[in-house]
Design a protein around this ligand. Sequence first.
Ligand SMILES: NC(=O)c1ccc[n+]([C@@H]2O[C@H](COP(=O)([O-])OP(=O)(O)OC[C@H]3O[C@@H](n4cnc5c(N)ncnc54)[C@H](OP(=O)(O)O)[C@@H]3O)[C@@H](O)[C@H]2O)c1
Length: 274
Amino acid sequence: MSIVYYTLHNGVTIPSLGFGTYKLQDTEQARDCVAYALRAGYRSIDTAALYKNETGVGQGIRESGLKREDIFVTTKLPNDRHGYDEALRTFDESMARLGLDYLDLYLIHWPGKDRYVETWKAFEKLYREGRVRAIGVSNFLPHHLETLRQQTEIMPMVNQIELHPYLWQREAIDYCQGHGILVEAWSPLMRGGAAFTEPTVSAISQKHGRTNAQVILRWELQHGIRVIPKSATPARILENSDLFGFALDQDDMAAIDALERDGRTGAHPDEFLF
Ligand SMILES: NC(=O)c1ccc[n+]([C@@H]2O[C@H](COP(=O)([O-])OP(=O)(O)OC[C@H]3O[C@@H](n4cnc5c(N)ncnc54)[C@H](OP(=O)(O)O)[C@@H]3O)[C@@H](O)[C@H]2O)c1
């Protein structure tokens, strides 16, 4: 597998494919799946303090035998840890669990109510100190990003949002792509939900001799989005990484685009305020 890389607005390169770890239980399952994925060719891992598996993720990274600099690691600050000092402390705690001495990407997991500017200033400090190579956000809408643009100094390099064939957050994507922010799709496979068995997707899969998962992930990549599919199943981990040897045509892309139905499965960022 030869993964294509994107370049963030600060010049750091990031694999367009990462391995999602939500619901991989600490410690054995997370360790084993992460080590397996890295040995299979993934070069990027997405975790979060909220997933309670950072310890296992760190073990898996070490068990893979790969060099630290060849792996791109993301973790996230949980919702109940907003605030400047709290963010700095929380970062140290995540790093201790991961067993890493620098991080590749630190994300604010959710904007929460009204403290994300303060939190972001702590992220800027961590970035300036070289403790993290890139900083970003998750579940941010254009109005949150606009507040950061007006009140802070560094624009996020990444925004990780829910995206799949049933939910295409057009406004957020346009804002990000217009401001040099890379968009990452969470639940890119809609957690194996209804979009997966869509006859439109199945017809395109048959046409290319690919699986539905591969077609959906490829569709996201061709829109310039980074994908982080999760699986605890070795065959699916392999399947989800084999995305770079085929391409969808314009008709395929348009047919999947047309499946959009505002089908959010997670919380709305403006309503998830704890
Ligand atoms: N920032 C946020 O708020 C946020 C929220 C949610 C998720 N995330 C991140 O995004 C990652 C991916 O999202 P997700 O885990 O919610 O969902 P997902 O990657 O869309 O889907 C994962 C589910 O699909 C199944 N699956 C995976 N590959 C498959 C395949 N090839 N064929 C059939 N089924 C397949 C998996 O089953 P098995 O595991 O049983 O194989 C699992 O149940 C997460 O792991 C996490 O790192 C971030």
